[in-house]
Design a protein around this ligand. Structure first.
Ligand code: KG4
Ligand code: ZN
Length: 336
């Protein structure tokens, strides 16, 4: 076994409403990746309640860490590095994971690393296809973020476009709430859309015609609100299909165009919304037509998980020689 292969990283993810812990061997071998979602706790409020999330992370995290170590058949004292997300995200939830990781690193006398959650999503894809090295364009599309990031090499990022208001997943979740779908709504909208007609309602394609690669999804939300006021009995399936028609159109067109404009031949799509079947099919098909290879991780590495956090940490420590002091604090608005 090589030295790098014996290197064991514990990663923690608590930036929003998933409590997750994972053990990684080397830079890309997942030994365990335990994800507990609090979604049911927040469903009755129609979105994440930060204080409820923080308190639940405090209760669940120690058990999730135990489970991740047991599933990996690793003892805590065998760990080489302990890492946690330190931003972007909700400050309380971030603080819980970060404090836990720091405490463990101190007690075990290992190095500690804080990880950028957005870089984490990009590494979710690396775990899926380690051989597919940069350069590539990345579309990070989740509940909190919608961004096009040119990845020259791991660790070197240039954001070439981002949402000016709501993230795509956030808009889907809010639209879901309007039509009576529980939080989070993305997966259910995905399912309903397959049963509806995408041409039923001509929702706008926000910023589709504007130059550049920024996105806007709050106008779509307002369009759905007005449509529902006039047509309260509209079929949910048709709303879902028409809304996704708009979101998928814009993400596909801008994603592929940015890939071409920045002279990349591959587009990597990550984040919770990358789980969307309609987006996967359309991007793959249109990408093929334009000679662009579009690649998605499996669903379990699209949505929030700690393996992607451990993967960033292992890379940054082993390849870039990084570690953070235990004085590192959460950065809720951290960017790439
Ligand atoms: O990456 P993620 O787990 O958390 C953030 O970092 O935000 O993404 C969660 C988002 C939610 O908005 C959820 O509705 C959306 O991903 N989502 C989906 C699907 N599965 C999850 N959106 C569309 N289609 C899906 N199948
Ligand atoms: Zn995320």
């Amino acid at each position: 076994m090589t030295e790098a292969a014996a290197f064991l990283t514990l990663g923690l993810e608590t930036s929003c409403d998933e409590t997750s812990a994972a053990v990684l061997r080397g830079q890309t071998e997942i030994l365990s990746n335990v994800v507990y979602t609090q979604a049911d706790l927040h469903a009755r409020y129609g979105g994440v309640v930060p204080e409820v999330a923080s308190r639940n992370h405090v209760v669940k995290l120690p058990y999730i860490v135990r489970e991740a170590l047991d599933a990996a058949r690793v003892e805590a004292k065998g760990l080489s590095l302990v890492a946690a997300t330190y931003g972007p995200g909700l400050v309380g939830p971030l603080l819980v994971g970060l404090s836990h990781a720091k405490g463990m690193a101190f007690a075990l006398d290992t190095p500690f690393l804080g990880v950028n959650h957005l870089e984490g999503h990009i590494f979710g894809h690396r775990l899926h296809r380690p051989e597919m090295e940069p350069p590539f364009m990345a579309l990070v599309v989740s509940g909190g973020h919608t961004a096009l990031v040119d990845v020259a090499r791991y660790g070197e990022y240039r954001t070439v476009g981002a949402t000016v208001d709501d993230a795509a997943g956030e808009a889907l979740d809010k639209i879901g709430k309007m039509v009576g779908i529980g939080y989070p709504a993305g997966a259910e909208i995905d399912r309903l859309a397959s049963l509806g007609d995408a041409k039923a309602i001509p929702f706008p394609r926000p910023m589709d015609a504007s130059p550049g690669f920024d996105f806007s999804f709050s106008g779509l939300k307002t369009a759905v609100l007005y449509h529902l006021r006039k047509n309260p009995r509209e079929k949910r399936e048709d709303i879902a299909a028409s809304v996704l028609g708009s979101v998928v159109d814009v993400l596909t067109r801008k994603g592929l165009e940015a890939t071409r404009r920045f002279h990349r031949t591959r587009l990597v799509v990550v984040g919770g919304v990358a789980a969307n079947q309609h987006l996967r099919e359309r991007l793959t098909r249109d990408g093929e037509q334009r000679g662009i290879e579009v690649s998605f991780p499996p669903l379990s590495l699209c949505t929030d998980n700690a393996a992607m956090i451990a993967a960033v940490a292992a890379f940054r420590h082993l390849s870039l020689g990084e570690a953070h002091p235990l004085s590192l604090t959460p950065e809720p608005s951290l960017s790439l």
